[in-house]
Design a protein around this ligand. Structure first.
Ligand SMILES: Cc1cc2nc3c(=O)[nH]c(=O)nc-3n(C[C@H](O)[C@H](O)[C@H](O)COP(=O)(O)O)c2cc1C
Length: 180
C-alpha cells in the first residue's frame, strides 16, 4: 500500500460540516493525504479556506473549474484509497443510491470504484423518512460502510437518531478501512 494513502473527504451541507474540519486535521496528523470535495451547500456553512489550510491541499468546490487537463474527479478517483463523506446529508445519500451525478462530489462518488464510508447527519425526522432509510439500505447492500448516526439532541433542538457520530469514531473507522 502507498505509504501516504489518499482519502477523498466529501463534505456536504449539514450543520455538522464544521466537525469535518477537526476530522481533516486528525487525518493529516495520522499521516493521511486528505483531498476535500465540498458541495455548494457545505460552502455556505464552512469556508473552503478552512479545509485548504488544514489539509494543505486544494479543495474542490466546483466540477467546472479544472486545475489540470484531466477532470479532477477522474484524477482523484484513480488515486483514492477511500471516499469518506462526513457529514453525509439525506440529499447526497439519495443521489448516491440513485446514480445521480450533478455536482463535483456526487460525480466523484460515481467514479469511485474503491471503498466508500459515510457518516450521516440530519434531523431525526429526516433520518426516519422511508426514502432515506431505503436509500441507506441500498447503499449498505452495495458495500458502503456507515458510521452512525448517533442518538441524542440535534442542532435544531429535536431529540432522536440523526447526530453525526463522534469524530473519534469516524477517524477510527477510516483508519480501520485503510488497514492502519
Ligand atoms: C443551516 C442548515 C443546516 C442543514 N443541516 C442539514 C443536515 O444536518 N442534514 C441534512 O441532510 N440536511 C441539512 N440541511 C439541508 C441541506 O443543506 C439541503 O438538503 C441541501 O440541498 C444539501 O445539499 P448537499 O447534499 O449537496 O450538500 C441543512 C440546511 C441548512 C440551511
Amino acid at each position: 500500500m502507498n505509504e501516504q494513502p489518499l482519502v477523498v473527504l466529501g463534505v456536504t451541507g449539514s450543520i455538522a460540516a464544521y466537525k469535518a474540519a477537526d476530522l481533516t486535521s486528525k487525518l493529516v496528523q495520522a499521516g493521511i493525504e486528505v483531498r476535500v470535495v465540498m458541495t455548494e451547500s457545505a460552502t455556505r456553512l464552512v469556508q473552503a479556506q478552512t479545509f485548504l489550510t488544514l489539509s494543505r491541499q486544494p479543495v474542490v468546490t466546483d466540477l467546472w473549474s479544472l486545475p489540470t487537463w484531466q477532470p479532477e474527479h477522474i484524477a482523484l478517483a484513480e488515486r483514492a484509497a477511500l471516499l469518506a463523506i462526513v457529514p453525509a446529508t439525506a440529499n447526497i445519500l439519495g443521489k448516491m443510491a440513485n446514480g445521480i451525478a450533478d455536482d463535483a462530489l456526487s460525480t466523484f462518488a460515481l467514479s469511485q470504484a474503491g471503498p466508500i464510508l459515510v457518516a450521516p447527519a440530519m434531523n431525526p425526522r429526516m433520518w426516519a423518512n422511508r426514502a432515506v432509510q431505503a436509500n441507506c439500505a441500498r447503499l449498505r447492500d452495495w458495500g458502503v460502510t456507515f458510521v452512525g448516526p448517533g442518538s441524542g439532541r440535534v442542532a435544531c433542538g429535536d431529540e432522536g437518531t440523526g447526530r453525526l457520530a463522534p469524530v473519534e469514531d469516524i477517524l477510527a473507522a477510516i483508519l480501520a478501512r485503510l488497514g492502519r
